[in-house]
Ligand binder design. Structure first.
Ligand code: NAP
Length: 341
């Protein structure tokens, strides 16, 4: 089923800070972007990871902090104000064998696009425990982002647990040690995967201790986490530990399965953007922004920044005649000036 005969200049896939910022810039440049904001599922809802965050205190411009959902809904409204069109479906396939590209949605819509901005983000890995999910979604002291949530008053002077043994776990434990009375790293093996320098920094911190060979089998607490049920992986022995906050640092998975064999990805599935400070991918006309191409910073503000970059690059690509079908005649000689504020 074809959506319509129109060929879109810019289709944006994803609706986190990267997607909405790309939409705002593309819309103000009169490219009339079409955003596929994603279909709600158990794991993800339109708006992305920030929809699961209670208070965002490090997004500039909000001296009192801002609720994650409010921030995302406001970004969406800002994009709509400039006539961004929004479809609440996933894109499940991008066919690059034809130009313009042919995109297929989860409901079977087909859309042709001269450029595509992929901003589908990444999702934090979770242990998959029922109480972990319940407390994470209700703001009950369970989080997969210490940098986002760790400084909240509820975690001050508490015993905080971090699960994981990679660089993220080390970094998050050191970060949390600024606020916590004690940080306990829970790791399933007896050696860290983290780089020696990061591990050393954590192990040398007097506020941090490690529970080796230990897994979390349950998260305790009704409205807010009060403890963890742990199991020793060597002896099988079970016990409980009281905590006032629980942070997961067991890696992230980028939402790129639908682009397999379309654009180049690294071996963990992040989209490769080969040129430094550019968002273009290995396929001309496809740009990537936000956590889907950034395993390093993973912040709302950096995602928004790369969303802006992707829209400007798409605009310039189109202005140079990129994405034109073979019969297209008029190609502007000069790039259109970026529509800045
Ligand atoms: P990671 O290196 O993949 O480490 C994930 C950790 O979580 C591992 O220790 C793993 O245990 C553990 N884990 C995975 N699944 C688990 C489960 N179901 N139950 C319990 N534990 C589980 O991920 P990351 O730490 O997020 O790092 C990702 C990448 O970003 C790395 O390349 C890292 O170097 C980089 N990074 C760099 C910095 C920095 O340089 N400042 C900071 C953060 C991240 P096992 O070890 O047993 O597999």
């Amino acid at each position: 089923m074809s959506n319509n005969d129109r060929t879109e200049d810019v289709v944006i896939i994803g609706s986190g800070p990267a997607g909405w910022t790309a939409a705002i810039y593309a819309a103000r440049a009169r490219l009339e972007p079409l955003v596929f904001e994603g279909a709600p599922s158990r794991e993800m809802i339109p708006g992305g990871q920030l929809m699961f965050t209670t208070e965002v205190e490090n997004y500039p411009g909000f001296p009192e902090g801002v609720d994650g959902q409010t921030l995302m809904l406001d970004m969406r409204a800002q994009a709509e104000r400039f006539d961004t069109r929004i479809i609440t479906e996933d894109i499940v396939e991008v066919d690059t064998s034809t130009r313009p590209f042919l995109l297929r949605s989860s409901e079977g819509q087909e859309v042709r696009a001269r450029t595509v901005i992929v901003a589908t983000g990444a999702r934090a890995n979770w242990l998959g425990l029922e109480n972990e999910q319940r407390l994470a979604q209700s703001g009950g002291g369970v989080s997969a982002c210490a940098v986002c949530d760790g400084a909240l008053p509820a975690f001050r002077d508490q015993v905080l647990a971090v699960v994981g043994g990679g660089d993220s776990a080390m970094e998050e434990a050191v970060y949390l040690s600024k606020f916590a009375s004690e940080v306990v790293i829970i790791h399933r093996r007896d050696t860290f995967r983290a780089s020696p320098i990061m591990a050393e920094r954590a192990l040398d911190n007097p506020k941090i201790r490690v529970e080796w060979n230990t897994i979390v089998t349950d998260v305790l607490g009704d409205d807010f986490v009060t403890g963890l049920r742990l199991q020793d992986t060597v002896t099988g022995e079970e016990r409980e530990m009281e905590v006032g906050g629980f942070f997961l640092a067991i890696g992230h998975t980028p939402n790129t399965a639908f682009l397999k064999d379309v654009v180049e990805m690294d071996d963990t599935g992040y989209i490769v953007t080969p040129t430094p400070w550019r968002t273009e991918t290995t396929v001309e006309g496809i740009f990537a922004a936000g956590d889907v191409m950034d395993s390093y910073y993973r912040q709302a503000v950096t995602a928004a920044g790369t969303g802006c970059m992707a829209a400007l690059e798409a605009e310039r690509y189109l202005a140079h005649g990129g994405g034109a079908s073979p019969s297209a005649a008029e190609v502007p000689a000069e790039p259109v000036a970026a529509a800045e504020s």
